[in-house]
Design a protein around this ligand. Sequence first.
Ligand SMILES: Cc1cc2nc3c(=O)[nH]c(=O)nc-3n(C[C@H](O)[C@H](O)[C@H](O)COP(=O)(O)OP(=O)(O)OC[C@H]3O[C@@H](n4cnc5c(N)ncnc54)[C@H](O)[C@@H]3O)c2cc1C
Ligand code: SF4
Ligand code: SF4
Ligand code: SF4
Length: 495
Amino acid sequence: MSKEKIEDKSKYDYSFDYIQKKLEGKKDSFGMLTREIIRTGICTECGTCAAVCPVLEWDHLAAQPKLIGKCTGCGICYNQCPRTITDPIQLMGDFKTGYVANTNIPEVIGGQDGGTVTSLLCYLFDEHLIDAAVVTMKDENNPWHPVAQIITNKDDAIKASGSIYSHSHTVEALMDAIRADYRSIAFVGTPCNIDAVNKMMISPSGMLKYFMRAHILTIGLFCMDSFAPEALYPYFEKDGIALEKVQKMNINKGKFHVYYEADGEPIKSYTIKELDKFKSSSCNFCTDLTAENADISVGSVGSGPNKNTVFARTGIGTEIIQDAAEKGYLKIEPFDTINLNSVLFLAKLKKVSQYTIQKRKVFIVKDTEQKEEPKIRTGPEEEKPAVAKPLGPRKFLSVSKILNEEEKILNISLTNTIGFVLENMKIRIVTVEEVFEKRPWITTIKEMFPYETVDIGYPLEVEEGEPINANILVEASTEAFGKIFYRTLKITPKE
Ligand SMILES: Cc1cc2nc3c(=O)[nH]c(=O)nc-3n(C[C@H](O)[C@H](O)[C@H](O)COP(=O)(O)OP(=O)(O)OC[C@H]3O[C@@H](n4cnc5c(N)ncnc54)[C@H](O)[C@@H]3O)c2cc1C
Ligand code: SF4
Ligand code: SF4
Ligand code: SF4
């Protein structure tokens, strides 16, 4: 049925007007449908969007919806599309009660946001509801590096307040606490930490389901992303930031702020976009903003400054928050739709970020302008360790080779395995003949993203009719880490 044929102000118009009213104030629109679903290539071409909207029609040539009038931004198309995520429970999980909360304990003021997590821990210790808690503190010898700790009193809970925006090995500390015979434990962690514990508690082969029984109360922190300290902190230091003087870091409205005084002005602020390359690669694949599997989830979005958004998701979680408030540890207010909409908006951003992930692959088919004279090698060079920060034995690159015998090309694939962006990586490939290095190929990759692969075709010099026999040296270095890869590949016709 064509759109012109819907003439009478019928049930169709009534539904359209009704839903339009319901969606008022939301930011869903055809623009969002285009950005998230159509341009990312996940549209199933079902045509639902065009079927429900009077100003959309199906463009058969482009195989996508097309505007034929003025879009009012009502969001109806977005909310019918089978590929968008619009259901609040899908976006932030189920919960029993939502609160805006902050501490009522004077020593805790100065927590990350409202000090709710720390206040809950204080309440749990005072009421003897837990005998230990797993928290994350700053490493005393390595500023701003996270260390997961078992604590057994509220003074340590207060010392642990504040956020460190990096992965912390909280589950290792939890297992240590259980092995040390603590049986009632509060566990504070990011959504990925909570998922690990949750799986260990409920999966049929979960370690905490049958053995090592302990009561674990999970307190999840909202989390949009975390950063690789090995990459982020040198970047801060280059900007003159002395990490040992930093009192607080926080993320607010798309900016990462660094403070020398916790309640002063930031000494430096970065856009999250600028720091995106230092994000832990796992966070690109993460869809949980609000710790959907925790007993209690705590974050800052939606609550205003110095307060927390809190979701009590289980019966025990609700009871603890109510009792902590009644006993004067927490101030709680009801959570309203305005608060909820901010959380939903950010949760949606996180869920849909999956659609725009694309694994990049860079192909280099010829060397760049950088030239180098052939060298005489004085002896086999040892693989030099990276001059890097405390990365331990982690490998930066994995390298594989395939020989194209017909075209006499060695295809070398280098993959970034370090989990953050490698910047200005110089790759040098040479043929080694006895003591001589010949035919150098040098290229610089400006940015190599985590798990991105660079394919390089290196032509081999082979006499007509002769078998292929060559030693090809591949080395890679970056300004920040020095030499990160060095290996001689032996090439024979059987390769
Ligand atoms: C990596 C990360 C990303 C975050 N991103 C967001 C976000 O995008 N939006 C949002 O609303 N909130 C985010 N948060 C949560 C926010 O920073 C606060 O932790 C939360 O609002 C609780 O505030 P609070 O005042 O109650 O915390 P506090 O009372 O100060 O207590 C904080 C607790 O967090 C623990 N902790 C600190 N760092 C870590 C860590 N790396 N891993 C595990 N536990 C840790 C401490 O042990 C402490 O017990 C993030 C937190 C982290 C750690
Ligand atoms: S008018 Fe409403 S339903 Fe139609 S395209 Fe715009 S947002 Fe979508
Ligand atoms: S409703 Fe969604 S999936 Fe269906 S055609 Fe429109 S954009 Fe594509
Ligand atoms: S974004 Fe996800 S994977 Fe990354 S730290 Fe947060 S919860 Fe973990």
